[in-house]
Design a protein around this ligand. Structure first.
Ligand SMILES: [Zn+2]
Length: 397
């Protein structure tokens, strides 16, 4: 008989966990806040009620384990995060945690034999804070640097030792995460499941557009070298060129500093940050080259480019994606294989294990807002698929 999730049990636990920290502006369950602590402890109790071996690690990641037959085999890890942004939504993170917990419960109640342990995790501080995003999963993967971070760590009540102790003693066989899309692709296409193939990389450059500061009253229009005008032209070029590229490529200028930034002075200099995201570093490089050429061709301005950091893209397991696709096809579920423009705990786990990430639709693509919404039907469908993927992995010798 097919093992099935229990809709009522999952939804009621989801409602209980996700509403901790809810206000009329949205959910405030920021990492290390009293609301987050309450949620972590409540989750621990839910796990214990189900007979899972539960604990909270030294950085606030919550774990609960369901034992399989062979202790020696690497386990199957399932989860998401429990913290939210300030004034966030009910679904971001909490849905994936509630679904993972339900998967463990459904398997336990079904009495199905599993070769491997299944462990549920609710990572802490995915949304950032003093330690940056995906902190909990980075610590679990052993990739969280502690040097020079003493102040940020102590602001969260942590030490370098706590970070070291949070590292998983053994890499899992795989990590599976179910999350809301937080974008509008699935909702607009009327598709029910997103199978994520990778999380895009980010490259940022700081650009300085240099013109000539001058008197705003006495300098004729023809004689101006207005750096803000140069920056505006370059931004328009960036937008138009990026719009011609294939998804998931995006480019944004989201930060500008105008000098001297005075009402009666023609801007002499504009500093701005160009951010480009894509799966392929070469396509980002090619785009940057086009922007540089355009900048060079602009009359009357000098444009300087300086690297401003970024993040490498992460490919998730294609074997897990293929298995998810097969399950969708068999179940007549509409799906799309896609890339994520936002970071997730799965990208940290992908560095130590095979990782899979599934999305359900977000209504109107809205997230990090109290307007965030996903339907119960989609939540249940996603959870059922997560269960089937987890079971397959846990039954593999
Ligand atoms: Zn999230």
């Amino acid at each position: 008989m097919k093992t099935e999730i229990c809709a009522q049990r999952m939804l009621s636990r989801f409602r209980e966990l996700s509403s901790i920290g809810q206000t009329d502006r949205g959910v405030c369950r920021e990492a290390f806040s009293p609301a987050w602590k309450e949620a972590a402890q409540r989750l621990c109790r839910m796990m214990e009620e189900e007979g899972l071996a539960a604990h909270i690690d030294p950085v606030g990641n919550v774990y609960g384990r369901l034992s399989g037959a062979c202790k020696d085999l690497p386990l199957v890890l399932l989860g998401s995060h429990l913290d939210t942004v300030t004034d966030g939504g009910l679904y971001d993170g909490a849905f994936g945690v509630a679904a993972a917990l339900e998967v463990a419960c459904a398997i336990k109640h079904s009495g199905q034999r599993m070769e491997r342990d299944i462990e549920i995790v609710a990572f802490n501080a995915e949304e950032g804070g003093p330690l940056g995003g995906t902190f909990g999963s980075r610590a679990a993967a052993g990739n969280q640097a502690t040097e020079g971070k003493e102040e940020a760590l102590s602001a969260c009540g942590l030490s370098a030792g706590a970070v070291r102790a949070a590292k998983l003693s053994r890499a899992p066989k795989c990590y599976l995460e179910l999350h809301i899309e937080q974008g509008s692709q699935l909702f607009e296409a009327g598709e029910r499941l997103g199978i994520v193939e990778g999380i895009v990389g980010i490259v940022r450059f700081e650009l300085s557009v240099l013109g000539q500061a001058n008197h705003a009253g006495t300098t004729p229009m023809q004689a101006r070298r207005d750096a803000l005008l140069g920056a505006a032209r370059l931004i328009a070029f960036i937008h138009e060129k990026a719009a011609q590229k294939e998804a998931p490529f995006v480019a944004t200028v989201g930060k500008l500093s105008v000098f001297p930034n005075a009402v009666n002075v023609i801007p002499g200099r504009v500093d701005m940050i160009l951010e480009m995201r894509d799966m392929e570093p070469v396509s980002i490089e090619a785009f940057l080259h086009e922007v540089q050429q355009e900048a060079q061709a602009m009359q009357g301005f000098i444009v300087e480019f300086r690297p401003y950091g970024g993040k490498e893209g992460v490919r998730l397991s294609s074997a897990i994606a293929d298995r998810a696709e097969k399950l969708c096809r068999a179940g007549g579920i509409s799906f799309r294989r896609m890339y994520s423009g936002a970071g997730h705990d799965a990208m940290e786990m992908a560095k130590i294990a095979e990782a899979g990430l599934l999305f359900i639709p977000s209504r109107d693509g809205i997230s990090h807002s109290r307007e965030e919404f996903s339907s119960e039907e989609d939540m249940l469908l996603g959870a059922q698929l997560l269960l089937e993927l987890a079971l397959q992995s846990a039954q593999e010798p």
